[in-house]
Design a protein around this ligand. Sequence first.
Ligand code: HEM
Length: 370
Amino acid sequence: LRENDPVYLNVLPNGQIGWMITRYEDAVEALKDPRFIKDYLEISGADKETESVFTRNMLYADPPDHKRLRGLVQKAFTPQMIAGLRGRIQEIADELLDNLFGKDSMNLIDDYAFPLPIIVICEMLGVPSEDRDKFRVWSNTLVEGSNGENFDEMYIHMSEFIQYLGQWFAKVRGNLGQDLISQLIISEDEGDRLTESELYGVVTLLIIAGHETTVNLIGNSILALLEHPEQLKQLQNNPELIHSAIEEVLRYNGPVEFSTSRWARENLEFKGKSFARGDLVIIALNSANHDPNRFDDPEIFDITRQKSQHLAFGTGIHLCLGAPLARLEGEIAIMSLLKRYPQIKLKVDKNELEWRPGMLVRGVKEIPLS
Ligand code: HEM
């Protein structure tokens, strides 16, 4: 597609017109183009009250709401704030690795890549540690449940999740602290900065982002390094390469395959194609990150690649808010694992690894290591 039909038109089974953008330069332009909007309600004209509370957050908002919603949480995610978490993230990585002491094999995802970012985001949000497992189930349902399978189960999980959030917010309200939820609740109480349903939406987004992305950055990094033993050796001999190595994994094997949905706000021309108001627009981030017009030898995994400016975190106003956190977690997780287990090996054939279902997330379900 990237070569022959880079702005690709597809008619979805429900009749919706969808466009897929696959080239790097076009992807950057589309991600920054204000004519492609996130708020579907503006297109459908539906009442805001009919919309799911889970989507009332910055990722599904356009200016000026976007700026207001992002501004409320941005302070907690600045590079300086995140750098302050380094010590705690290192402690968590070390504790998880200590738990594996004496075992001759591990499942990288369940034992390490998954718990690490969860503990971090749950601590940032102030989620009680005994409730973390429930969040895993809910977060998975929100991401994978949207495939349309097991609708009843999805409905039950979502009702439980909404009920839990309501009780949790009430508890925090009675005992406000320094955590992010308390800060958001204070914003809500201050009046028009955050509505009750936006509070649900923003918290849900942070929980999903914290559960579903960095896990796969850690998993995809180890997979790419094990598949390229000479690169692994180079990293082990030159640990300072970890920064460019993480950037290269994000480019080569990014955890988020496609952007979230955008919609043409009006009838418009883009790259010589005519879009109608309401057309769906998706940007293929991983395809753009393999565009030979932007990256030399894009299929080569090279941890010394410089200034790659990949699109794994998107770009424009929706550029990933959690990028500094994800990078730091990825770097600490990979280096700590390689230091403790310099000889790690994949325990099964690479073809036996099972990829996660769904279009959005790119990562494998389990990575058995010995
Ligand atoms: C947005 C990727 C980790 C929070 C995005 C977008 C991408 C992305 C591609 C933009 C989507 C679009 O424009 O359609 C990733 C990747 C991650 C990661 C690859 C890990 C490797 C995180 C983490 C958090 C986070 C750890 C926070 C806990 C967010 C938020 C947005 C976002 C809040 C919405 C920003 C906005 O709309 O202004 N992320 N993300 N992400 N991400 Fe991440």
